[in-house]
Design a protein around this ligand. Structure first.
Ligand SMILES: Cc1cc2nc3c(=O)[nH]c(=O)nc-3n(C[C@H](O)[C@H](O)[C@H](O)COP(=O)(O)OP(=O)(O)OC[C@H]3O[C@@H](n4cnc5c(N)ncnc54)[C@H](O)[C@@H]3O)c2cc1C
Length: 473
């Protein structure tokens, strides 16, 4: 570990002129930023958007350069914060100890789309939007959509991103077949491969997925692809109560229907989205809504699914079942859903929880959360992925007027309730530094200590994204 007190900035080496010159020798002057342009690398999209200025930003163009940068950082004990698209919601890409931001933005080549083995091999800086387009052009499909298309694939892997389509397809880790990673000591390692089965020793691929840049830099990713669905459909279902809406979810799944995604939202969220986009959402006056995404082989199959779901929802007290006519109407609704985060940001989000609970406990969790919000006088807007139990609770307030300690206390209680209902504290955004204080609520001391030992084995000097997930002490 660095000398002195771990976890404080003074433990780490500084980026001196000599270090900058050596970085420039590795990646070229144009790929080293030491001036005002560093402002673009100070934070991600986490609520509150706290900023931390890195001493230097480097933009390597290949894995060898990444290895050289890490060797240098390791020698000088300089913190390194890997960065993809900077769309994370937990402060993971914020360089909280200064040091080096290692941006993967120039490692953005799609290396291969293997149509025989259904595998895409991409550099870590490829944007999700570019991957989706390239795969689509080849007649294949990458079915995950974790909310923000300007995220990079390396970031999706490092956070084990989820999104709306998890009910049918799972999350990023279910599509990562292999990786190229660079260790802080500069070794380049390949994990996994273009195969589905692997029982050969420890599964390092899955250890790196979700490690938030704290163990190694991901430089290449092998992703599993599938064939595209022939037909897609959407149902938008208003209910008089959240409990009735959420209660329909297990009934749908128990009937053997597997929607791609089932989202829930409350009226307050719909109203904010309408104000933000200036577009009216159909049936917007009701208490709670399900948005159900379906895929099928043909019209007959998809209509059979839709009819069955409609009758389940109506039996459970749905007010109506709306199937948007035409792709434009569907796109409008999906776009409104994708704008939720920005609408919340504009209208007073002060923080949020990304708790996941078993599907059967969502209604109890959300009702308890609302009660707690009232006790703390902090309004809560709930929405999320009803089909997979991932609830996003947004704590609302007056910009700058909220009591920070009160918000943290409420978040901590919400995490405790989520865990007591059989869940955990982050379903898809990761802990970064925003949520790391809550880790002991979810995991035992011995489990956290084991994770710290793994961290030290990868990164003995503690240079990789320090202060994220947990602090080493
Ligand atoms: C509007 C909006 C909607 C969103 N919706 C969803 C959603 O539905 N589901 C969901 O899961 N997320 C969602 N997110 C969060 C975000 O898009 C994801 O967390 C995404 O995976 C982050 O990718 P990124 O490239 O932007 O990563 P960054 O923010 O750049 O980094 C995230 C973390 O990964 C690390 N990292 C990045 N690249 C590498 C690398 N190459 N090697 C090692 N570590 C690396 C960083 O150090 C950091 O800890 C949303 C965000 C926004 C703004």
């Amino acid at each position: 570990m660095p000398k002195g007190q771990p976890g404080t900035r003074s433990n780490y080496g500084r980026v001196t002129d000599e270090v900058v010159a050596r970085l420039a020798a590795i990646v070229g002057n144009k790929n080293v930023l030491t001036g005002e342009e560093r402002e673009n690398y100070t934070r991600d999209e986490m609520p509150g958007k706290r900023s931390f200025l890195p001493e230097v930003v480097v933009k390597p163009e290949n894995s060898r350069s990444v290895a050289e940068i890490l060797k240098l950082a390791n020698e000088k004990v300089i913190p390194v914060t890997p960065r993809g698209g900077g769309t994370g919601l937990s402060g993971g890409a914020a360089p909280i100890y200064g040091g080096i931001v290692l941006s993967l933005e120039k490692m953005n080549r799609i290396l291969e789309i293997d149509k025989v083995n259904f595998v895409a091999t991409v550099e870590a800086g490829v944007l999700l939007s570019d991957l989706l387009e390239a795969v689509n052009e080849q007649g294949l499909y990458y079915p995950l959509y974790p909310g923000e298309a300007s995220a990079a694939i390396g970031g999706n892997v490092a956070t084990n991103a989820g999104g709306m389509n998890a009910v049918k397809y799972g999350v990023t880790r279910h599509f990562v077949l292999g990786l190229e990673i660079v260790l802080p000591t500069g070794e380049i390692i390949q994990t996994g491969g273009k195969f589905v089965k692997c029982s050969t020793a420890y599964d390092l691929t899955q250890l790196i997925v979700g490690s938030e840049g704290t163990l190694a830099v991901i430089t290449k990713v092998l992703l599993r692809l599938v064939t595209p669905p022939r037909k897609t459909e959407m149902l938008f279902v208003p209910f008089h109560s959240l409990r009735a809406a959420i209660g329909s979810v297990p009934d749908i799944l128990q009937r053997g229907i597997l929607p791609v995604g089932i989202e829930f939202m409350e009226r307050d969220m719909i109203n904010l989205a309408e104000q933000y986009t200036g577009k009216e959402i159909p049936l917007h006056d009701h208490e709670a809504f399900l948005m159900i995404l379906l895929e099928g082989e043909n019209d007959k199959e998809i209509h059979r699914q839709a009819n069955e779901i409609a009758s389940i929802c109506l039996n459970n007290g749905a007010v109506d079942v709306f199937m948007p006519a035409g792709s434009r109407a569907k796109r409008d609704l999906l776009e409104a859903r994708e704008k939720f985060y920005y609408a919340l940001q504009r209208f007073g989000m002060v923080d949020f929880a990304d708790v996941v609970v078993p599907r059967s406990n969502i209604a109890e969790f959300v009702e308890t959360a609302h009660r707690m919000g009232e006790e703390h006088q902090i309004p809560i807007i709930a929405l999320g992925h009803a089909g997979d139990g991932n609830v996003h609770l947004t704590l609302m307030g007056q910009a700058g007027g909220e009591d920070e300690a009160g918000v943290k206390k409420l978040l901590s209680k919400l995490c405790q309730v989520g865990v007591s209902l059989g869940g955990t504290i982050s379903g898809e955004h990761g802990l970064g530094f925003a949520k790391k204080d809550y880790l002991p609520i979810a995991d035992s001391a011995s489990k956290i200590e084991l994770m710290k030992r793994i961290k030290r084995a990868f990164d003995p000097k503690g240079i990789m994204n320090p202060g994220k997930i947990f602090s080493l002490e």
